[in-house]
Design a binder for this molecule. Structure first.
Ligand SMILES: NC(=O)c1ccc[n+]([C@@H]2O[C@H](COP(=O)([O-])OP(=O)(O)OC[C@H]3O[C@@H](n4cnc5c(N)ncnc54)[C@H](OP(=O)(O)O)[C@@H]3O)[C@@H](O)[C@H]2O)c1
Length: 330
């Protein structure tokens, strides 16, 4: 089968596109004919060796996939050949990745793709949708009527945080880096979208949420805690999920006097049951048309190295040339 893979960690140029043997099917796995995969920043960190993980070599890159089951293992009971499925959390913790024509995936990491939902949608929503759900529901316990702020509603995670927070019934404030992206985040449902390059973000948040925001979701790798905590309402919750190397100053007094709470998490540590609970809600919202993927572009799988470069230039280099997910097709 055709696959995008590496033989050793390193720059995007290390990604080869070529033939590998199709994967052997384990008893609890389903063999999926992959229709679509999506890029996430963590794919680039793993490929680059920045997030050290045990990798089976050659290592097929990628976490997310959507496609159709072609064979079910002897102990796999959830799916049968012909079922459309999506999933995430592959290519992690010793598992092979998804950027190939076929992937053997433990059925506990697969979810049915709702009728009428395209494979592009399901793949592009996978890791970022589950991340947004875990943060908003399991961690922050966001409630209807509360106010949420998320930095970067134009990004992979941010676009899902905006939509899931709206589906829960929150008032949503977000930022984006151009007028076009501000417009996109409004279309995703943001009640207030602020251009962080041209507007006074703090003034705009204050005029929208005079009593502060109940949940602050930080997607930036270098948070400005002085500013962020000044915007939290009493008993506010803050989500941290980016910036492994960040060591910013932290205003202890203003934080504890307001009774605030910090929640940090990495989605790949969530159990299969926790991720499935998130996927079930996401499937319902996808079927109802209440959430949709924010796709920037669709590329052939042979362009995997270019896709990694583009993701890195944006997530790390802040190039601003990406407005959503990069999706690839074998
Ligand atoms: N812990 C976890 O489980 C988990 C899961 C997924 C992702 N992550 C991490 O979360 C981070 C975001 O991931 P992603 O997939 O959403 O990345 P992404 O698609 O590259 O999005 C980055 C976002 O940051 C915005 N941004 C950049 N500079 C900004 C600034 N100064 N002010 C406000 N917004 C700014 C960008 O906005 P513009 O493009 O509009 O400029 C863009 O929307 C990454 O570091 C990733 O590794 C962690």
């Amino acid at each position: 089968m055709k696959a995008a893979y590496i033989n050793s960690t390193g720059p995007a140029e290390n990604i080869a596109y070529g033939d590998l043997p199709a994967p052997a099917l384990g008893p609890s796995q389903c063999l999926v004919k992959v229709a679509t995969v999506a890029v996430n920043p963590i794919d680039t960190y793993i490929r680059g060796g920045l997030v050290p993980m045990q990798l089976p070599m050659p290592y097929i890159i990628g976490c997310d996939l959507a496609g159709t089951v072609v064979e079910a293992g002897s102990k796999a009971a959830r799916f049968k050949p012909g079922d459309r499925v999506w999933g995430s959390n592959q290519g992690l913790l010793g598992r092979q990745g998804t950027f190939a024509e076929f992937a053997a995936v433990d059925e506990e990491w697969l979810y049915p793709t709702p009728k009428g939902v395209a494979d592009e949608q399901a793949a592009a929503i996978a890791l970022v949708g589950i991340t947004a759900h875990l943060g908003l529901v399991r961690e922050a316990k966001l409630k209807s009527g509360e106010t949420l702020f998320v930095n970067g509603g134009s990004g992979g995670v941010g676009a899902m945080v905006v939509q899931i927070a709206k589906a829960i019934g929150a008032r949503v404030v977000t930022t984006a880096g151009s007028e076009e992206k501000v417009g996109r985040t409004r279309k995703l449902g943001a009640d207030l979208a602020i251009n962080y390059k041209t507007e006074d973000v703090s003034a705009a948040i204050k005029s929208f949420a005079a009593n502060g925001v109940n949940v602050w979701w930080e997607t930036l790798r270098e948070p400005d805690f002085d500013r962020d905590i000044s915007h939290l309402a009493p008993r506010g919750r803050m989500i941290l999920m980016a910036g492994r190397d960040a060591r910013p100053a932290f205003p202890v007094g203003p934080f504890y006097v307001k009774g605030c709470a910090l929640h940090g998490f990495a989605m790949f540590n969530a159990t299969a049951e926790q991720q499935r609970a998130a996927a079930e809600d996401i499937n319902r919202w996808l079927a109802e048309g209440r959430v949709k993927a924010n796709i920037d572009r669709v590329l052939p799988l042979s362009q995997a190295a270019a896709a990694h470069r583009l993701q890195e230039e944006n997530t790390i280099g802040k190039a601003g040339t990406l407005a959503g997910k990069i999706v690839l097709k074998p």
